[in-house]
Design a protein around this ligand. Structure first.
Ligand code: H2U
Ligand code: ZN
Length: 349
């Protein structure tokens, strides 16, 4: 008799077409491998040497204003440029190149150097959400894809602990959104309903993988999660893009974020590292076509596995074959569910 908590199996990622190997019986193996160093967690509210703090001068020589809420500036080292020449035609199918044009920006979430999203006030988190939505609305007039993301924690390669995120806007869809576009379109074509709208309703019915929810939002460990504590944040109604969210929905999203990220921090009593980002319907010239197959959502990909210092490595089989996990999505969800909505730093513990 198949038991998903005992027996190896593969799960299908309906959103991007990948498969992953689930090996729950491996949970008991010992760990003698690498232990990450914990970054110091005693930052000052203002750091005179931080490039992102208000009033400080960045590497470019520009000075940040004395901003009081969120602050957006053009990335001084942009990965994509506003104008780039088109590579020469494709003389051979094995050597293809494509032009890419766009803009990169940095968003400081708060003037306080020592905060992170879960430690911010709800109104300030809502301010970040509004900034994300405004940036998508503005850059989306020109660009087909606006990637809003946050890379958090030294273990994720984040260069600066000041609370911040980034935006890359570009003329066409990058790989991951392009995969999701195909899968969402195929589902919509077959069933006449958006894939992620059906998915959230099925997850609500099954009630096995939901970490937190409210009237407008659901945060869950997806059935096909690859990272140990990966989550997906989904609206309960069909919403194409961040700017389409109502004021009420933004307020309620701030609350879902605070609850989810507080649980993440509480899991190993550490400021939980992750990469997160938003996916919504394409913008720019995509406004000319019906994008009803898309549903707005945020992905959270945290690397930690067992403790504040032991992370999951995506190596070996993951690199050469397919993603693999030991802890099931349901077990990860249960652990997150059992945690408090009160941040451990406020707990006196
Ligand atoms: P991380 O969040 O991945 O560490 O990136 C920080 C970004 O901030 C990075 O893309 C930019 C870097 O180019 N940056 C500036 O634009 N100006 C600076 O003075 C420092 C960092
Ligand atoms: Zn700072």
């Amino acid at each position: 008799m198949f038991d998903p908590t005992e027996h190896p199996h593969r799960r299908y990622n309906a959103l991007n077409g990948d498969w992953i190997l689930v090996s729950p019986h491996r949970m008991k193996r010992p760990w003698q491998g690498q232990v990450e160093k914990l970054p110091p967690d005693n930052r000052p509210a203002y750091d005179p040497s931080c490039y992102l703090c208000p009033g400080n001068t960045r590497t470019s020589g520009e000075t940040n204003p004395n901003y009081e809420a969120t602050y957006v500036f053009p990335n001084d080292f942009p990965a994509i440029l506003k104008e780039a020449p088109t590579p020469a035609g494709t003389p051979h199918p094995l050597f293809q190149a494509q032009q890419v044009e766009g803009e990169c920006r940095v968003i400081c979430f708060s003037p306080s150097h020592d905060l992170t999203l879960p430690e911010m006030e709800l109104s300030a988190i809502q301010g970040v959400i509004n900034t994300w939505a405004d940036q998508v609305a503005e850059l989306g007039q020109t660009y087909r894809w606006v990637q809003v993301f946050e890379n958090k924690g030294a273990v994720m390669g984040c260069s600066n602990p000041h609370p911040h995120g980034q935006i890359y806007a570009q003329n066409d869809l990058p790989l991951e959104p392009a995969k999701e576009a195909v899968k969402q379109w195929e589902y919509y074509d077959s069933y006449g309903r958006p894939l992620l709208v059906d998915y959230v309703n099925e997850e609500l019915k099954r009630d096995e993988r939901i970490v937190v929810k409210n009237d407008h939002w659901v945060a869950l460990v997806p059935y096909w999660a690859t990272w140990p504590y990966e989550t997906l944040v989904l609206p309960r109604r069909h919403v194409l893009r961040l700017p389409d969210l109502t004021g009420k929905e933004r307020e309620s999203l701030a609350s879902i974020f605070k609850r989810l990220l507080t649980r993440y921090d509480n899991l190993f009593e550490t400021s939980f590292p992750y990469s997160m980002g938003w996916h919504g319907a394409p913008t720019g010239n995509a406004y000319d076509n019906d994008q009803s197959h898309w549903q707005l959502h945020a992905h959270f990909y945290p690397p930690l596995l067992r403790s504040a210092t032991v992370k999951k490595f995506m190596v070996g089989y993951e690199m050469l074959a397919e993603g693999q996990r030991d802890l099931t999505a349901e077990q990860a969800c249960t652990r997150l569910q059992q945690l408090s909505d009160i941040h451990y730093k406020k707990n006196g513990s």
